[in-house]
Design a protein around this ligand. Sequence first.
Ligand code: FES
Length: 70
Amino acid sequence: MAKVQIKVNDNGSYRVSGDVELIDAEGNVFETKPSFSLCRCGLSKNKPFCDGSHKGNFESCVRAEKKEVE
Ligand code: FES
């Protein structure tokens, strides 16, 4: 099984790829593609998915702490 990856995009969505199931608060399953984007800005009209509404309206660039390679 492929490891699930969630990428925090600059000024935009969470990009999800891998074998994952997206469910709502009642356990109902959303139909998804092998890779999809979740809204991080709160502006999407198609939540929980990103619809591009973040463009020009949302700023957030976060970075994970880099680990030293020995
Ligand atoms: S992150 Fe794209 S619409 Fe919210």
